[in-house]
Design a protein around this ligand. Structure first.
Ligand code: CTP
Ligand code: MG
Length: 237
């Protein structure tokens, strides 16, 4: 009974717009991928890491993790794919079958608290095959027919039943493998690919459960998100 974490770090970070991949961008003196790896390991419930790295930067990412004394579990670095879904699939292929629980976590969410990781693993170990952290939605959400500067509204879903989901998402390994195999043809382009792993499990018709998320696990997409993460790191958010 061991837990593997697949840490996705192979994206380019186009929306952040730096001259290096987002996972290698600095936050308070360390790159995002190192923050995320330290926190996964520091949770005490992760036994091994597989990191998906951008093309040509496998060695850079490997060296970074090998040099850090807080990364006390075995680390494998694999090349990512053209989409996040393809990168996770590449990580899963490198996963040893002895790990019965697999977490999938984005390096773009560097500041995950230990108790969030523990909560997800605990719920999977309690028998839920797919577990996702989620937060209540505070904005009213409108469904539209997209396109143009003025978009017609189709519906206003009841906000009380909506959750904004985060990572790490946790799975029984065999269920995640089955979900990725069934969804493989979608992994080729961003238009078709699943935006999270739980979506692939849902497509199988298997149940997915939500546990409470954490605002500190917010995703860094833009420069503004990076500034907010700096405040979070300094305890000023
Ligand atoms: N990711 C990945 N492989 C890809 C695309 C994304 O491993 N082919 C990872 C990213 O490194 C990130 C996570 O998936 O940790 C979430 O993706 P996102 O926030 O979209 O990051 P990027 O794709 O790097 O950013 P952008 O979409 O702005 O280019
Ligand atoms: Mg992306």
């Amino acid at each position: 009974m061991t837990t593997l974490a697949i840490l996705t770090a192979a994206g380019s970070g186009a929306r952040l717009g730096r001259d290096l991949p987002k996972a290698l961008v600095d936050l308070g003196g360390s790159p995002l991928v190192l923050h995320a790896a330290r926190r996964l390991v520091g949770s005490g419930v992760v036994d091994a890491l597989i990191v998906t790295a951008p093309d040509g930067l496998r060695d850079v990412v490997s060296d970074l993790l090998a040099a850090d004394d807080r990364i006390t579990v075995p680390v494998t670095v694999v090349g990512g794919g053209p989409t996040r879904q393809a990168s996770v699939a590449a990580g899963l292929e490198a996963a040893h079958a002895r790990h019965d629980v697999v977490l999938v976590h984005d390096a773009a969410r560097p500041l995950i608290p230990a108790d969030l990781v523990q909560r997800v693993v605990k719920a999977v170990r309690a028998g839920h095959g797919a577990v996702v952290p989620g937060l209540p939605v505070t904005d009213t959400v409108k469904q539209v027919t997209p396109g143009g500067d003025v978009e017609p509204v189709v519906a206003t879903p009841d906000r009380s039943v909506l959750r904004a989901v985060q990572t790490p998402q946790g799975f029984a390994r065999e269920l995640l493998v089955r979900a990725h195999e069934a969804g493989r043809e979608r992994a080729v382009s961003e238009d078709l690919a699943a935006t999270d792993d739980a979506g692939l499990v849902e497509a199988l018709g298997e149940p997915v459960h939500i546990v409470p998320g954490d605002a500190a696990a917010a995703k860094i997409t833009t420069e503004r998100d990076l500034r907010l993460a700096e405040l979070e790191l300094e305890g000023r958010a």
